[in-house]
Every structure is written in structure tokens, then in C-alpha cells.
Write a protein that binds this ligand. Structure first.
Ligand SMILES: C[S@@+](CC[C@H](N)C(=O)[O-])C[C@H]1O[C@@H](n2cnc3c(N)ncnc32)[C@H](O)[C@@H]1O
Length: 331
């Protein structure tokens, strides 16, 4: 028994308060309870210090996401965001292969790029038609000057001409090439107004290729009214769509000078250029040629085969003649 003394508030002296003593077993229980309580407090303190309420097991790495297969629509949206706008091809059937292989429609040229191409084509076509018309309506001297002063005109003209040839049922030059291939290989040919010189590259014969502009080393740059060729050096003289200009007598008299007697003059022209074919034949007769064959078997064109039958000098007084200009329509 323990005795405690408390102050008596009424001041009449001290009076002891007596507490019953705690049995031994009860003491042990209390001490065990206190220990457990203290341990619990310690655990709580250490966990709150690391910001966790309860200690957690270490985190497992996050699972990798499943592979994403982009839908066509998603792909297209992405491409639009990148600035590319492609129209889906309505006609294209859905792909039959595995669903992962999605066939996207082939991108078509954008409106602006096809507009630019069309504009460029129109401008080129316009330039070709302008140069072409000039060549038909001026003398060979002026045509020569035109190409001397504008170095890009020849290339522009021939780019347009190539385009034009593709629209024809055939290139008349091919018929002439076929004809020359049948001649003896030692026949010497003069290609007057050769353009890009295809004839010279297509036959085994010696060919003098002549044009106002020489776009290759083997081409002679010269007005075909006055070439550097020797007298009577040719077996064949060719004019394939090259009877342009207003002084055709000058060209044909130059052919007469360069051709051997009995030599062949081949001419191909667009049919619509002739007002009067008989008058054309007459004009050639005046220049010393005789008609052997006129061929109208190919649509759009007329082919002539003449033979040199006499010498006619350049001093001959002949009636000037020309053919109608061939004006190509707008593409
Ligand atoms: C329509 S192209 C034909 C080109 C070539 N004969 C062909 O069939 O592919 C006419 C050619 O004649 C040429 N030409 C026109 N007048 C000429 C002249 N006076 N002298 C030389 N060449 C001329 C032009 O420069 C042009 O290359």
C-alpha cells in the first residue's frame, strides 16, 4: 500500500488518500500494452517522414502499350495536318489482304500543282504558235535574224513542235526515213530544215543536216536559201515540213544547185497549206524539177517526189510563190 498526500483545499491539514496495490500480473499486462503502443508510434513516425502512409512494395515497370494500327482515316488526318491534302479514291476497292495492310489511295497532284502545269503548258504552247506563225510569214533572212536574236526561240519552237507531232497520226519524217533506207547506202542526202536532225541519226547514209540553228555538232547552221554545200554534191534533197517562209523559190533553186542531175527532191507538207497543188507542182517545174509521184495516202499530209531534170541558176527570174501558213490550234 502506498500513501499519497494531497493538499486539503479547505486548509484543515493533510489527509492521506490510500490506493489499493496493483496485482503483479496486472502490472505485467500494463507494461506489455505500453511497449506495444510505443512500437506502433515509432513505425508511424518513420513512414510519415518519407511521405507515405504505409510502406509500399517496389513498383513494377508499366506494361508496354499494345501496338497501334492506324486506320486510313487517322493516317489521312495526319497527312492533312502535315499540309498534304489527298482525296480518297472512291473507286478503289477495299484491300483483300490482311487487315493490317491498308492500301491508301495514290496521292493525286494537288489542284495548285496541276493548275501551274496547265498554265506553263499554255504559255509554252502560245510561244510555239507565235514563233511558228512568224516563220511562215517572214523571209528566211528575217527568220535567221529572229533565231540569232532570241537564243531560246529555237528550243521553245521545237519543244512545241515535238508536242504537236505526238498528236498526228504519224510523223511524216518517218515515211521519208523509210524511203531513204531503201536507197543505196552511198546516196548522199541533204536535209534542209532538219530541226533536231532525226533523219541524219536514223539512216546509214551521209546526211548534210541544215537548219537555222545547230542544236548538235553534226548540224550545219545555215539559211537553206544559201548553204555552204558544194554544187551537185547530193543525190537526195529533203524538205520535211520545212517549206516555211515567203521566198520558197530561193530554197528550191539552192536544191537545184546542190543536187546532181536526176537527183531526187522529197517534200512533205501539211495538206491544208495548199490552195492549189497544181500551182505548187508548176512552181517546182520552174525550178528545174519534174513530178514523179504525189502521195496523199496519209491523212493530213501530202508527199511529193520530184526529179531534177535541168539546171536553173539563181539569177532566173521566177514568179515568187509561197504556201499558206500552217497555224496550229490552241491545245
Ligand atoms: C517543222 S520543223 C521540221 C523539222 C524536221 N524537218 C522534222 O521533220 O522533224 C521546220 C524546220 O525548218 C527550219 N527552217 C525554216 N526555215 C529555214 C531556213 N530558211 N533555213 C533553214 N532551216 C529553216 C526551222 O528552223 C525548223 O527547224
Amino acid at each position: 500500500m502506498k500513501k499519497f498526500f494531497v493538499v486539503n483545499s479547505w486548509g484543515k491539514g493533510e489527509s492521506p488518500i490510500q490506493f489499493a496495490s496493483v496485482p503483479k500480473q496486472q502490472k505485467a499486462d500494463i507494461s506489455a500494452f505500453k511497449k506495444a503502443k510505443k512500437k506502433k508510434k515509432n513505425i508511424k513516425d518513420s513512414s510519415t517522414a518519407s511521405g507515405q502512409i504505409f510502406p509500399r512494395p517496389p513498383l513494377a515497370p508499366p506494361p508496354s502499350p499494345p501496338p497501334i494500327t492506324e486506320s486510313p482515316a487517322l493516317k489521312q488526318s495526319k497527312s492533312i495536318l502535315r499540309g498534304r491534302v489527298t482525296k480518297p479514291n472512291k473507286k478503289s476497292k477495299p484491300a483483300k489482304e490482311s487487315p493490317n495492310k491498308i492500301k491508301m489511295p495514290t496521292p493525286k497532284p494537288t489542284q495548285s500543282s496541276s493548275f501551274e502545269a496547265k498554265l506553263k503548258e499554255n504559255l509554252m504552247g502560245g510561244r510555239f504558235r507565235f514563233i511558228n506563225e512568224q516563220l511562215y510569214t517572214m523571209s528566211s533572212k528575217s527568220a535567221n535574224k529572229l533565231f540569232r536574236e532570241d537564243k531560246s526561240a529555237f528550243e521553245a519552237y521545237h519543244e512545241g513542235y515535238r508536242h504537236q507531232v505526238q498528236k498526228w497520226p504519224m510523223n511524216p519524217l518517218n515515211k521519208i526515213i523509210k524511203f531513204i533506207k531503201k536507197l543505196p547506202k552511198d546516196s548522199v542526202v541533204g536535209d534542209f530544215g532538219c530541226g533536231e536532225g532525226k533523219l541524219g541519226q536514223s539512216v546509214p547514209n551521209k546526211v548534210f543536216s541544215i537548219d537555222l540553228v545547230a542544236c548538235r555538232k553534226d548540224i550545219i547552221a545555215s539559211d537553206m536559201a544559201n548553204t555552204p554545200l558544194d554544187n551537185e554534191c547530193l543525190n537526195v534533197a529533203v524538205y520535211c515540213l520545212s517549206l516555211m517562209g515567203t521566198n520558197l523559190n530561193d530554197y528550191l533553186l539552192e536544191a537545184n544547185r546542190c543536187l546532181k542531175m536526176g537527183g531526187i527532191l522529197l517534200a512533205a507538207e501539211i495538206e491544208s497549206r495548199f490552195d492549189d497543188v497544181r500551182q505548187f507542182i508548176k512552181s517546182l517545174e520552174n525550178c528545174g524539177f519534174s513530178l514523179i509521184k504525189k502521195d496523199a495516202s496519209v491523212k493530213l499530209f501530202l508527199f511529193f517526189q520530184f526529179k531534177k531534170v535541168r539546171n536553173v541558176g539563181k539569177e532566173a527570174k521566177l514568179t515568187p510563190f509561197s504556201l499558206k501558213p500552217c497555224v496550229y490550234r490552241k491545245r
